[in-house]
Design a protein around this ligand. Sequence first.
Ligand code: DAT
Ligand code: MG
Length: 139
Amino acid sequence: MKRTLLIIKPDAVKRNLAGEILKRIIDAGFKILGMKMMWLDKDEGARFYEIHKGKDFYEWLVNFISSGPIVVCCLGAEDAPQKLRTVVGATDPKKAAVGTIRNLFGTSVGENVVHASAPDEDPEREIKFFFSEKEIFNY
Ligand code: DAT
Ligand code: MG
């Protein structure tokens, strides 16, 4: 079993979609190994998204992720990082496959309801950004 990180972003939390999204994640076969609700400040948002520093949407992205509460989950499954990207769909909800979370709930390329670790961008780094090992449970 591998681990990956899911963030339910501020747009989805504000729209009360956290439950709908988690139901789909669980139905897809993921186990929730860790979960917390938090509100990032701008510095934390900037550090989490530093891989995008210099891109034209970076400032917008940092403001958005720190614009309200988020729900952060460490998920476990076989091939979890790749599997989660499939369930979440493409970055732009208009291009996301029918039935994916971003297709169902996303409203724009920026307000796309969830973050899912990219398999080639070190999901374990993202998990450790939010969780200590004591906050992740193997059950
Ligand atoms: P993903 O979240 O699918 O991994 P990414 O890593 O390329 O996509 O970008 C991170 C986030 O930045 C993405 O979820 C939404 C935002 N974003 C990406 N491209 C954007 C764009 N062209 N305009 C506005 N926001 C964008
Ligand atoms: Mg990404």
